[in-house]
Design a protein around this ligand. Structure first.
Ligand code: 13P
Length: 242
């Protein structure tokens, strides 16, 4: 399976940040290796510009969220069709920050994932437990429920991202055994060829170890995706597709 290394820039990045993407491509020395997929999900304001600028490069551009409907009276929202029109290939849905900040339910996330598929985008559907849920021994149950509620009916072209909430932006990472247990569990709930990404404090120093765990088919990287000098070694840490 081809690993997918995705950068989620969250609410960071101005037009000048294009230099970081240029620097990343520069490090590829002409061509990104074709045994891994590289994705950058900048804020919505930068999607079209980046997609146009890098259309000939071996990196793809994605959105960070989409509305479930294709258009209409939804001030401030962006539809999956708009992201596709802007040149995006992927969209993140159900990130824990959106579930928390915007009260997005599993059903809302499922509707967004279906909107993404309708628009020809690959949804990256995020799941993950909180610290309290893990401490209480409920991590697998919570993720199981999120998967049941958030996955679209058609799951042929989706990506799942396991992001323990307590590992996001904290420098904390589950043990390799806990990552393996969760990814193996998610694998039993989805297709054999669905990519399952790990996200939460992935850094150049831990990427190789995490990306070598069975059923970890890539990473969803936050803070360390903002700088080419950090993101490049993470991209290269993934074992390439056979
Ligand atoms: P960090 O890599 O900054 O922990 O963020 C992870 C994340 O939320 C990616 O979606």
């Amino acid at each position: 399976m081809k690993p997918l290394i995705a950068g989620n820039w969250k609410m960071n990045g101005l037009t000048a940040s294009i230099t970081e993407v240029e620097a990343l491509i520069g490090k590829f020395d002409g061509a990104a290796p074709d045994d891994r997929d590289v994705l950058i999900c900048p804020p919505a304001t930068l999607v079209a510009g980046f997609a146009v600028q890098f259309s000939d490069e071996a990196i793809q551009i994605g959105g960070q969220d989409c509305h479930a409907e294709s258009g209409g009276a939804h001030t401030g929202d962006v539809s999956a069709e708009m992201l596709a029109d802007a040149g995006a290939a992927f969209v993140i849905v159900g990130h824990s920050e959106r579930r928390a900040d915007h009260g997005e339910s599993d059903a809302a996330v499922k509707a967004k994932a279906e909107a993404a598929l309708r628009a020809g985008l690959t949804p990256i559907i995020c799941v993950g437990e909180t610290e309290n849920q893990r401490t209480a021994g409920k991590a697998l149950d919570i993720v199981s429920g999120q998967l049941e509620g958030s996955l679209p009916e058609t799951t042929d072209d989706i990506v799942i991202a396991y992001e323990p909430v307590w590992a996001i932006g904290t420098g904390l990472v589950p043990t390799n055994g806990d990552i393996a247990e969760m990814h193996n569990f998610i694998r039993t709930k989805t297709h054999f060829d669905t990519r399952i990404l790990y996200g939460g404090s992935v850094k150049p120093g831990n990427a190789k170890e995490i990306l070598s765990i069975a059923n970890v088919n890539g990473a969803l990287v936050g803070g360390a995706s903002l700088k080419a000098e950090d993101f490049y070694p993470i991209v290269m840490a993934a074992p390439g597709a056979d």
